[in-house]
Design a protein around this ligand. Structure first.
Ligand code: TXA
Ligand code: MG
Length: 342
């Protein structure tokens, strides 16, 4: 498939993308986290096309992107009780940026977006191209990551073309994503917040802002419910998309300490490290890439998905990758690596 659908961001291409969306078509869009598969969030027919294009189960809800916390108000109920209004204000302080907030929905949200849930996930993205696109649209934008369900999220326009090129009217090219991992998702509580998906906004940052962060139960990666037996319909649905074996490459992937060199020699391994290996070591691998020249975890996050895709396209049999501490951005990095390892 040709790359003619990829268009560099400009006033003209942003207007064209806005028109496609207004007419119910899908567009690949850049955000600071990963590329999204965008549709007019108020058009149920267009929203259904997202699920079809991705092969996404219809019970897995989408994030609505808006240009400000103010314009989100039409789609949410956050004025009462008072604790919710307070927590909403705290969350809004992270916007525009890579934080998604799950709150009670208003009746105006189309059911297809929330998969029938009483809540809606809202985000105000910071990517300048996405912000211009939102300004050019008279509706909010529903967008999951622009990858076929269960594959690695896209961090550049070319990734979107490879996975969904024939499903979109166009792809707006806003360069390589700065974060490289999907947004952090939280649910607001009267005391603190519940982490539904780790991302670029760290647990430490959330602790500073909200005081308390409920971390996901171990079981949440494997079950649709939260395993607590609670009947609260909001609590009973963490992030339905956070199933194990998500973000997976086609080839098996192992964290370095689970790789047994005696069983598979380095020449058949695609090796991804967080900081450079000495040349003599690096040269033994069938394919090798270091994600940062200094071991900077923000750079590791930014380049992780691209490297996994590249490693997946080699003739190697196994992808072997470093690990890091689960603090700061390290928590989101290890979450994605664990899921890719299955
Ligand atoms: O960074 C991101 O968040 C990107 C960009 C494009 O904004 N989007 C993204 O969307 O990662 P997606 O659909 O790939 O992941 C959204 C996650 C899914 O796991 C979904 O189950 C969860 O958010 N989610 C959406 N609405 C929810 C709700 N009402 N309650 C709980 N989880 C929800
Ligand atoms: Mg996704």
């Amino acid at each position: 498939m040709s790359s003619a659908k990829i268009k560099a961001a400009s006033n003209a291409s942003i207007s064209e993308a806005a028109l496609h969306l207004a007419e119910g078509r899908l567009v690949g869009v850049p955000t600071e986290t990963v590329y999204g598969l965008a549709a007019d969030a108020t058009n149920p027919v267009a929203v259904r096309k997202i699920f079809e294009a991705k092969g996404r189960p219809s019970n897995n809800p989408l994030i609505i992107h808006v240009d400000s916390a103010e314009s989100a108000r039409r789609w949410v109920h956050v004025d009462h009780p008072p604790w919710l209004a307070d927590q909403w204000q705290r969350a809004a302080a992270f916007w525009p940026g890579p934080l998604t907030v799950v709150v009670p929905r208003s009746a105006e949200v189309v059911d297809e977006v929330t998969a029938g849930a009483p809540t809606v996930a809202i985000r105000v993205p910071s990517h300048p191209v996405m912000r211009s696109l939102l300004a050019a649209c008279e509706f909010p934008i529903a967008a999951p990551s622009a990858n076929p369900s269960n594959y690695v999220s896209p961090t550049c326009a070319e990734h979107v073309r490879q996975g969904l090129g024939d499903k979109v009217a166009m792809i707006l090219d806003g360069g390589e994503c700065q974060c490289g991992l999907e947004s952090t998702i939280i649910r607001l509580r009267s005391e603190g917040v519940e982490l539904l998906r780790p991302g670029s906004i760290s647990v430490e940052q959330l602790q500073d802002a909200f005081g308390f962060v409920q971390l996901p139960h171990e079981d949440d990666a494997n079950a649709a419910g939260d395993g607590s037996g609670r009947t609260d319909p909001v609590a009973a649905m963490p992030a339905p998309g956070m199933l194990a074996k998500h973000y997976s490459p086609t080839k098996p992937l192992r964290i370095v300490d689970a790789w047994q060199p005696e069983k598979l020699e380095p020449s058949r391994v695609a090796r991804i490290t967080f900081a450079p290996l000495p040349d003599a070591q690096a040269g033994r691998f069938g394919w090798y890439r270091s994600l940062s020249s200094t071991g900077d975890l923000n750079e590791v996050a930014q380049h992780l998905f691209t490297a996994i895709r590249q490693a997946d396209a080699t003739a190697c049999e196994l992808i072997v990758i470093d690990r890091c501490d689960r603090s700061g951005i390290g928590r989101a990095i290890m979450d994605r690596i664990d899921r890719a390892a299955g």
